[in-house]
Design a protein around this ligand. Structure first.
Ligand code: 1HN
Length: 364
């Protein structure tokens, strides 16, 4: 029996009724949801140190560490104002601690890393172990590990904070606890985690535990990382897409330092322009040494020491150093994408492997 064709009104009325019942027709959103490639709102973006530093020092005059708990300026991606993050999964920010200040102890499920940008004399106390912080050291505070920061020196200390907050928020996975007291006692021998786990030797016998999901080494020193990078540069060929690149490793597993965040240090030799590629992971870069530029989806980002920039997922990117070697520290959500089995990478094949520059970031 033939059915009378439904009118637009019939459908409209039906959809409205469904809405009131907390239901919806999949066919209305199927194609706009299951897209051929990721729909990304975040855009390539750069936060210049020359802009960030004075604003952060201004915060030091306006807000105490005690008031703020953490005196931090967040790096927010303008493509997605609703999200607290530099990319869809990664939060990045710059923190300031002034001489004599304490950023009180707490712990939480989001994983964190610090890459020190300026100043000597600060420390992070990680599970009762005092970890000193010097420029360009990497310091980890893994999930649910107690941490507070202090500054015993005479200078303001600033560092890049990297966390997986946007990811954890989307998983509804945030737990947070305050410590009973402002700062933890430092009951552990100084530098215990580096001395015990950071030297290719591990406890044996009954003290040998299983591989951990995060690195038991709380800090990776710049002198060591820089020396390793130099050694790599002198003894191997550069990767066409990444130059000379090192992975900060969890020595208990050989895997990434944090379950949700991977860290890299890469050297782009002077005069080298890497080929463009893109991958199904997002990344935040910080310029540890030198200057140069990256082209990210056709946008040229010129960078120098202290700058931080975001490369959202599936964006073409290539790097070039100026007259000196440049060193980029970066962190990404690669461990998450990898664990899900969704790692993809693509080389840019057009134009000899280099993108055409369509715009220059920050140009008026
Ligand atoms: C945090 O614990 C710190 O300990 C910094 O320095 C930034 C942002 C969100 C949640 C926790 C820190 C943070 C944070």
């Amino acid at each position: 029996m033939a059915v009378a064709s439904p009118t637009q009104d019939d459908r409209q009325q039906y959809y409205e009724e469904l809405e009131g019942l907390q239901m919806g027709p999949l066919w209305a959103i199927l194609r706009s949801t299951l897209t051929r490639e990721p729909q990304r709102r975040e855009v390539p973006f750069l936060w210049p140190w020359s802009v960030v530093r004075p604003q952060l020092l201004r915060a030091g005059k306006l807000v105490t560490a005690a008031e703020a708990e953490r005196r931090v300026l967040m790096f927010l991606n303008p493509g997605n104002p609703a999200r607290i993050g530099a990319t869809a999964t990664l939060y990045a920010a710059m923190q300031l601690i002034l001489p004599g200040e304490c950023a009180r102890a707490h712990r939480h499920t989001p994983a964190a890393l610090r890459f020190i940008v300026e100043g000597e004399g600060a420390f992070t106390c990680v599970n009762e172990e005092k970890v000193t912080m010097s420029p360009r050291d990497l310091v980890l505070t893994p999930p649910m590990v107690w941490h507070d920061h202090g500054n015993d020196g005479g200078q303001p200390v600033m560092w890049l904070d990297g966390l997986d907050i946007p990811l954890l928020l989307s998983l509804n996975g945030v737990f947070f606890e305050e410590y009973d007291g402002e700062a933890q006692p430092s009951s552990m021998p100084p530098a215990r985690s580096e001395r015990l786990y950071g030297r290719g030797l591990f406890p044996g016998g009954s003290a040998a535990g299983p591989a951990q999901s995060y690195s038991p080494v709380w800090t990776y020193r710049w002198v060591d990382a820089r020396e390793a990078l130099d050694c790599l540069r002198r003894s191997s060929e550069p990767d066409p897409f990444d130059g000379f690149i090192l992975r900060y490793v969890n020595p208990s597993s050989g895997g990434e330092v944090l379950a949700t965040i991977g860290c890299r240090l890469q050297l782009i030799p002077k005069g080298i322009h890497t080929r463009a590629h893109r991958h199904s992971t997002s990344c935040v870069y910080h310029v540890a040494e030198g200057s140069g530029f990256s082209v990210v989806n056709g946008v040229r980002l010129d960078w120098r020491h202290g700058d931080t920039f975001a490369v959202p997922i599936w964006c073409w990117h290539e790097h070039a150093a100026d007259a000196e070697d440049a060193v980029l520290f970066s962190f990404s959500d690669e461990p998450v994408i990898g664990a899900l089995g969704h790692r993809r990478e693509q080389a840019y094949l057009g134009n000899g492997g280099f993108q055409a520059v369509e715009s220059v970031f920050g140009a008026k």
